[in-house]
Design a protein around this ligand. Sequence first.
Ligand code: C2E
Ligand code: MG
Ligand code: MG
Ligand code: MG
Length: 292
Amino acid sequence: HVKQKGRNGWAIYTPEMEALVTSAAGILQDLPLALEQHQFELWFQPKYTAGDHALTGFEALLRWRHPEQGLLLPGVFLQALEDTGLIIPVGNWVIQQACFQLHQWKQQGHPEWSLAINLSPTQFEQHDIVDIVSESLERYNLSPTQLTLEITESVAFKNLSRSVEILNTFSEAGIIVSIDDFGTGYSNMLMLKSLPARELKIDRVFIKDIGENSKNMKIVSTIIDIAHSMNMRVVAEGIETPEQELLLTRMGCGVLQGFLYAKPIPANRIPELIQRDSIVKQLKAVSPLAPQ
Ligand code: C2E
Ligand code: MG
Ligand code: MG
Ligand code: MG
């Protein structure tokens, strides 16, 4: 069961893993029809301001409801979408669907919620991407500042001058750009200085053991300070514990997102989330009865 694993060396594949790989390949054969068969869904993970725990909006995360396999995460199919070019039509659907959702929330009395969507490398390089986003915003009569586009720093860094150009057209159109997974790629000061991005999302790997790892703590606190000095907003992703929340809040990180608050949920469960949040707030308000 030994197979060559790229250029990195060797890996052992058990029969179980073989079966997994084969079934994943089987699933991916169904990918070209998934869009027209309406099998994609957007799920939403809330983001909160640090300190007062106010809901600022959501990040849209793609899900594929496979007829036999059930709900699949991007980890299973995103690379295949990229490799086949299907990411373009699917990504355009995401943009469209995100704007529709913002429109719905406005109708339901929440014009203040923002929504972030993720742009893949191929989408980011699409020559008419700015027009596609702008047209979608116009169709639903939305302010461009309601939508945030998340691109990973490795995408931005691949061709820095071209990225600056694209990001400039986004900012001219009033669309907020966020650098996702910051710290994992080729992050450097030149990039931070050059990119006209309004927001920076610190990757989960730095947040994960921030309480035990003083180096990560220093890295994160330095990233936050530099970002602020450049007038960027900072979001921490992957907050899972109250300790992480406390540390990030103390360091001045503005916005928090993670399983501590909520996993991604479908839009129809958002009212439930709002209700839970308001109960939590009321409980916190009476909590001074804590032991002395
Ligand atoms: P990302 O943009 O960095 O999104 C955050 C991922 O971390 C999501 O995984 C989310 O469910 C997960 N996450 C959030 N909070 C926590 C936490 O506290 N703990 C842990 N362990 N995980 C947390 P998901 O939904 O599986 O998405 C994975 C990646 O797929 C995303 O990473 C993004 O790069 C990509 N992606 C998702 N939706 C889309 C899309 O519509 N278009 C494109 N191009 N990429 C997408
Ligand atoms: Mg993201
Ligand atoms: Mg991220
Ligand atoms: Mg990530």
